[in-house]
Structures are given as structure tokens and as C-alpha cells.
Design a protein around this ligand. Sequence first.
Ligand code: IVH
Length: 673
Amino acid sequence: MNQSAHQEIIELRDLINFHNHRYHSLDSPLIGDAEFDQLMVRLRKLESDHPNLITSESPTQRVGSKPLESFSGIPHPVPMLSLANAFNIDDIQAWHKRASSSLGTSDFSMVIEPKIDGLAVALTYENGILTRGATRGDGLIGEDVTNNVRTIKSIPLVLQSNVEIPRLEVRGEIYMPKGSFENLNALRIKSGEQLFANPRNAAAGSLRQLDPQITASRNLEIWVYQLGYTEGFTPPNSHWEIMSWLKSIGFRINPDVQPVFSQEEIEAYYKIWLDKRFNEDYQTDGLVIKVDSTNLQSKLGTAGREPRWAIAFKFPSEQVITKLLDINFSVGRTGTLNPYAVLEAVQVSGVTIRQATLHNDDDIARKDLRIGDYVIVERAGDVIPKVVGPILERRNGTEIHYKVPYECPCPLKTHLIVKEPDSIMHKCMNPECPAQQIERLKHFTSQSGMDIEGLGEKLITSLTENGLINDFPDFYKLTADQLISLDRMGSKSAQNLISSIQKSKFKPLSSLICALGIKHVGIETAEILSAKFKNLGNLMNASTGELEQVNGIGPVMAESIRSHFEIEKNKQIVHLLASLGVPDQETASEPLGTKNYLDSKSFVITGRLESFTRSTVESLIKNLGGTISSKVTSKTDFLVCGEDPGSKLDGARSLNVKILSEAEFIEMVNSYD
Ligand code: IVH
């Protein structure tokens, strides 16, 4: 090993880490960008001359890793909890009182800080080196986003500590600064990509990327706000001290974290932040108040999934005034006419709003909304915006009373509109209503249904208008040639869509039950039904009595399921789907190897597959009786070859192994149904 190069590399890395921390975490750089770049250039040169000296924690390696096939799950050593909400100072008082009575004293200090509206991550450091990054997931198991968090410059790859830290897990919120969010969306408008609704979605969409290069190209930041799991050392024993210690070893800690001792101080801080929040470059939806002492935190413990030692003090949702231009209806898949407000475009919490839900006629009448009114529109976090009410003082007499709908907004403009006695909604009773049909088809292809990627509203509308799709089974009859005949559909997209449609045949039975669009049956009920009835034949024949026996199915649902399958057409759809290869029974849970279609044939997979994750394709092959191996040998029967195949392709060619493209593989698997 070249000793002097090694020494220089170590020194350069330390220096770069130090300046990186000054710049990204402390916001106080000591050197200019050009000087910093020079250090990086020198380090890159040394590392390229001595590749054996490259280590994963080198600052040159932030964006080193290759795209993943899928994220794997990482269990959190300590669950990631959520926070109880307070909406006013009385709620805070009540929380403080509960904590005081449980601790036997009201004399404890607290810490207050902004609640960042981003997404939570847990970062693990082993012996001072970043080894893992995980999203919150369900709080118990997160997604492994290590390669992605490594690209975020304010996350240290190496800790700056002169005491041993064998294992440390910190938690914080990843966010996209408001300015970067706007720039990103401006770029996406230019490239015709879908816009992110808000900075939080943009941050989540950027972090949860299989390709770390994409994450690296987005400007993400972190505020670290909590110590998670530790091992092998004793951390400080108060939140306040933990935060300053974490800052000293390299983490980015929000400068507005502040100790507080009374409700008056909490209220004063809150009042300042009601305005101050708009001047920050990150979105915040409230404040977090935490009991400072970790000893007292442990004494207070948790209630369900929320700690008793902390509470979120939410800001009121943002309200704006705009004009109500019209009241329109959208048609639900069961014919319900959902009223919505058409608004003069207005910005609320960083998002442009043009529509807002109006719930139902009674809601409109109660609020006395008139077309032409100036109205208050409110948006709380991610929630769909709503119209709070009209500003009566701004009426000038030209406002028009809203009329209950008398025709369906679909192109047929059917007059079969009724208000059922037990309902507060109007409904279009035309079974041939094209708007309902599109909603049903959308529901069928949606994520909780058959999850057919690439089949959005526009395409579904075009498919129905061109007479290619009338009902669910038609999706499985589509050919690539038919798709190519549509406007703006290239052969690659057509092929991808056919693959997605074919892939949907492997969805669990619950997805199919949900996709059928039975009134009151969402994915959770569908899962219950699938577990109980095992196949659609059993479900279709079940009486209301039998259905009601099932835990989780009430009389209304039971009646809805029975009456759905009483309709001959609905039964036919299930039979037709089955004849087209959409299984009407649970297949994935069958014991492995029971379907020995693949006759123990040996498969090797290489390259990136468009329609499957590695694990899906592997379990598919195993379920059909095949075996998987990682190396191509003379015993390999098939090589499934995706994009950018590796050396396995050459190996397979030289050994005369049959090579299947992804499309050929899908075709082969489908032929077994
Ligand atoms: S402390 C027990 N501090 O809010 C959880 N959380 O609604 C302790 N969050 O999952 C979390 N800013 O993702 C804490 N300053 C802050 C926070 C914060 C944002 C998020 C966090 C948590 C969610 C709960």
C-alpha cells in the first residue's frame, strides 16, 4: 500500500467531511465552493490512482451505488411512533396535566421545536460510519433506503467524535426545501412530467427511488430530531443535551429547538410561529413539545403508538379567499353525483387549488353557497381542500342559487337522476352511463384493484371511446397492435401496458374481489372475503346469512355482495375473466410446487425487468414448480433476460441455454393458465 497516498486520502476525507458539515449542516462555510471542489478533485484523483483505498464512507462515494430492483424491509430496533395532536392551548394544558399527574410533579422542563412536514427516516451508524437508512414504513418495519440517504449532503457519512460510538440510530425528517420544490416542478412542467402536489410528496417521491442517482439529483435536506437506538455508550440524558451533542458530532439540528418551562412560553413560541412558519424554507405543520428528561420520558412511556412525553401542537389550516365560479358534479362508479366547487385558481399552503369538495346537497344548503360568491377555502396538510363558507358581506346580488342536478354530467346527459330515500346524495340510475363505466374501469385498474400500471383516466377514456374496452374482461383481450392504433401510443408503451395487464393476473384474489367494484367492498373487506371463501365461486354462491357469519361483514355489506352477484352480467364477468387467465381463486398461497407446470426447470434471471421485481418473478417461477439459481451452468434450462443484462447472457449463449425475453417469459407463464 502506498503509505503517503493513504495518509493524504485520510486527511482529505476528514477535511472534506469537516467543510461539508460546516456548509450543509451548520450553514457557516469556512471556505469557498471552488476551494472545496479542489479538495474533492484531489481526493478523486488519489482514489482513482489507488482504487484499493476507496471505502464506502468516502465523500466521493455518496452516489456510487447501482439502482435496486426493490426496497427490502428493515425492522426498527425501537418502533417509530407517531404523535398525538393538540389543536389549541387547552389541549396542551390537558396534556401537561396528564403528564404532571403521572409523574407526580408539574415541575419538569420541556423542549419545543418546529414539526417538519417531510418524511421520517432512521439512520444507523456502526462505529461512527453510516450503515443504514430506513423509512418509517409501518413504524415497525421500514424500507431500506441506505443508498439514497447517502446522497443527501447534510447526512454525515462519518461521525465526528473522539469517543467510541459502537452503535447509534438517529431519527429525523427528510424534506425538500420550498424553493427546490418549486424549481423541480418548474422543470417537470417543461418536460411534461406529472407535478408533485407539495414538498412532502416531492421529498417522499425523491427518497423512495430505486435509483440513487435520481435522489442525488433532487435537493433533499434533513433535520434530525430524536435519538433512536444506541449500544455501547451512554448518551446524554435530556433531549436538549442530546440535540447539542448530535450537532457536535455532525448532525443537522434545527436552530429553533428551544427549552421551555411553562405553558406561557409554549403559547408565546406558538404565536411567533404562526407567521414565522411562512418565512422558513421548509414546510411545517405545527410544533412538537417534548418532556426534556429522558428518564421522565421513560416513566411516562407510550399509549398505543404515541408517546405520552411528546405532543404535536398543530397550526390551524391555511385559509384563503377566492371566487366560487360554479358547482359541478363528478360521477362515482355507483352513479353517485358528487358536487364540487369550481374555484378561481388560488394558492393555499404552496399548492394551486382550482376545485374543492362540497360533500353533498345538504352541505351546500347549510353553507348557503351561491355561484359567484367569494368563499373561504381551507386546506389542512394533505387533505382535499374544502369550502368553509361564503363571505356574505361581499355579495352584490348577482350570485345565483345552486340547483340540484337534473341531468347526469356524462355525455349522455341522462335525466334518470334520483335521490334515494335513505341517501343524502343524488344518483344517476342509467346502467349504461359512460361516466360510471369509466369510474368502474378506473377502479378495476387502480392500486387497490388489479393495479395495472399505466392505465390512467385518459387512456381508459380513449379505450372506451375507440370501442376497445367495454368491461373488465376486455383489458385482457387487448393487443399491442390495437394500442398502437391509439393517439400518442408508441410501440414501447403499448408493450409495457400489455406486460402490466398480464402481470395483473398474478394479483391476489383479494385484489380481484376489490376490483369488481361491489358496493361497500373495499380492499380490507376483500381481504376478509378472500381468506374466508378462497374462490369467487364460493363467494358468488354465499347467502346473506353465510356472509353475515363472517367476522367483519355486516348486514349492509352482505346484502350488497349478494345483490351484486344476483345480476347475471356480474357473474358472467367473473367467468369471462377466469377464461382469460385471471384466476378466480387464491393462487399465491397454494403450497409451492403444487403446480408443477415448469417441471423443476431451472431458471436464471439477468438484467432489469420492466414488469416484475426480482422477488415477484422468483416466487412466480417457484409457484409454478421451477427452480431459481444465480449462475448459468450447463444444467440451466432458461435465462430470463431483462434490460442491460450482465455476463450471464454471454454464458447462456455459449452453453446454448434457451434465452427468454421478458415478453416471452410472460407469454410462457400465461400459457399455463
Ligand atoms: S419527535 C414519537 N420531532 O412527526 C415520535 N417528530 O406525527 C417522536 N416529525 O413520525 C417524533 N418533526 O416523522 C418529532 N421535531 C420533530 C418532528 C417530528 C416532524 C414527524 C415525525 C413523526 C411525526 C408524528
